[in-house]
Design a binder for this molecule. Sequence first.
Ligand code: CA
Length: 383
Amino acid sequence: MKRRDFVKGAALAAGAVALTACGQNEEQAAAPKEAAPTAPAAPAISKQMRELKMVTTWPKGFPGLGTGAQRLADSITAMTDGRITVKLFGGGELVPALESFDAVSNGTADMYHGADYYWQGKSKAFNFFTAVPFGLTANEMDAWLYYGGGQELWDELSAGFNVKPFAAGNTGVQMGGWFNKEMNTVEDYKGLKMRMPGLGGEVLRQIGGQSITLPGGEIFPSLQSGAIDATEWVGPWNDLAMGFYKVTKYYYYPGFHEPGSTLSCGMNSKVWESLNSDDKAVVQFACAAENNRMFGEFNAKNGDSLDTLVNEHGVQLRRQSDDILKAIGDASGDVMSAVAASDPLTQKIYDNFLGFRKKAMDWTSLSETAYTAARALDYKYGS
Ligand code: CA
């Protein structure tokens, strides 16, 4: 298969999991794996120049996520002035997308860019470091990770797998999704077949829906044929590209399931420890810069794409009713309590997260929420 075809195919195959990871398709399964080095992560070419392999859970160049990973790789390369070159591999190029974490853990690759909730099969606690239902917004995630004890807990969790993690991107609040009918009461969720993977899917099941997991390329035809009644994806920018507006016009908000999905960069612990203090600072601040920059890009592109969806394609925006959101909130609370009970470290992270969430809610409601409500009032401004 030609490289160009692969990238196209991989982009369409994206999304076996909650965000947009490229799922393991046949091409990826068949792709030759590079032999694992005998020494863990042996990246050194010379003392002055080394190449670090970055694997990703995205197709190369995938808008927002793949492009952000490339920007991070290029930033580290530029800021280290030739000491480090980060070579990026799209999902399936060096290892299958969802084996990125294992590849970094065992030293086949030096670092990954992905979303840590993809590793929830290893520990449910990884969900907290991407997004959980009715969890934290992007701003609140930054506050928790940088100043609320979140990073220390993430370090503790990932150290068990030989990985040093960093926040390295954010999609912002995702949309609730595309529905083939209006959703007026929680009863409308009974029997609803919705593409909604991960913890969001568990919440959907709690309120009577059916959670369907589909690769990205199968979502559009499934929605068109009626095999599914609804789907979530990301937000206007990525959703416009998927063409869901051609099948249904009901576009609901907000997305309770991914209120501010944090993307992550994980580095093999031995590689991290081998860096001098200059290069450690470069990696740390390049990740922090990308964490912020990707969020800005998603917000800018979502605004443009929302305008196109509504004004060119006649998409009908609908807010989920308070009654529906409360039922979803109750179900989310149940799901998160069950997640917490998985093991002692997950419980410890949940307890810290819950305490932080309470304080964040108090401050956010009288800062961002109060201000944006005030700004939306009817008054004369700039017209
Ligand atoms: Ca999503």
